[in-house]
Design a protein around this ligand. Structure first.
Ligand SMILES: CC(C)(COP(=O)(O)OP(=O)(O)OC[C@H]1O[C@@H](n2cnc3c(N)ncnc32)[C@H](O)[C@@H]1OP(=O)(O)O)[C@@H](O)C(=O)NCCC(=O)NCCS
Length: 147
C-alpha cells in the first residue's frame, strides 16, 4: 500500500488467489446522504464482498488491513460507518473492527446504525484472535489510485 493517500482516501480491491472477492472504500462522507453526521469524522468506511465468500473472516481481515493503512497515512483521524441494524453480518463486522455506536436513526425507511472508530497506536481488532482458524487461504488487499 502507498504511504501517501490521494484525494480520495482509499479504494481497495480484495483478492483471494488472484480473484477479486470484494472492495473496501474509505471515502469522504457524502454531504447529500439523508441523516449524515458530518461532524463525527470526515472519512467513511464501506465494504462489499461476494456472497460466496461470506462467513470466512475475509472481510474482517481485509478491512483491518485497510484501516491499518489509513491509521498510518492519516494518524488520529476517525473513521465513521453507517449500516442498517437489520444487516446482521455488517453489524457483527463493525463490532469486530472496533467501531463504537454513536447513534441509531431512521433513513431510507429503515433503522440505521452510525458508529466511529478511533484507532490508537498498538490497536488490534478482534479479528486477531481468530486468525489461526481454518479457511481456504489468505486475502491480499491492493489500493487503487482514484480521485
Ligand atoms: C458485511 C459483509 C462484508 C460481512 O461479511 P462476512 O464474511 O460475514 O464478514 P467477516 O469477514 O467478519 O466473516 C465473519 C464470519 O467468518 C467466520 N470465520 C470463519 N473463519 C474465520 C477466520 N479464520 N477468521 C475470522 N472469522 C472466520 C466467522 O465465524 C463469522 O462467521 P458467522 O458469520 O457465521 O458468525 C458481507 O456480508 C457483505 O459484503 N455484505 C454486503 C455489503 C454490505 O452489506 N455492506 C454494509 C454497508 S457498508
Amino acid at each position: 500500500m502507498p504511504e501517501v493517500p490521494g484525494r480520495r482516501p482509499g479504494f481497495f480491491v480484495v483478492e483471494l488467489d488472484g480473484t477479486t472477492i470484494g472492495t473496501i472504500q474509505l471515502d469522504p462522507q457524502d454531504p447529500e446522504r439523508p441523516g449524515n453526521r458530518l461532524e463525527a469524522g470526515e472519512t467513511e468506511l464501506g465494504y462489499l464482498f461476494l456472497p460466496e465468500v461470506w462467513g470466512y473472516g475475509y472481510a474482517t481481515e481485509a478491512c483491518t488491513a485497510a484501516l491499518d493503512w489509513f491509521a498510518d497515512a492519516l494518524p488520529g483521524e476517525p473513521v465513521v460507518l453507517y449500516t442498517q441494524t437489520a444487516n446482521v453480518r455488517s453489524m457483527r463486522l463493525a463490532a469486530k473492527l472496533g467501531f463504537s455506536e454513536l447513534e441509531r436513526f431512521t433513513a431510507y425507511g429503515a433503522e440505521q446504525w452510525f458508529g466511529v472508530l478511533h484507532k490508537i497506536p498498538g490497536w488490534q481488532s478482534a479479528a486477531t484472535s481468530c486468525k489461526d482458524r481454518e479457511r481456504p487461504s489468505a486475502t491480499s488487499v491492493a489500493r487503487t489510485t482514484t480521485s
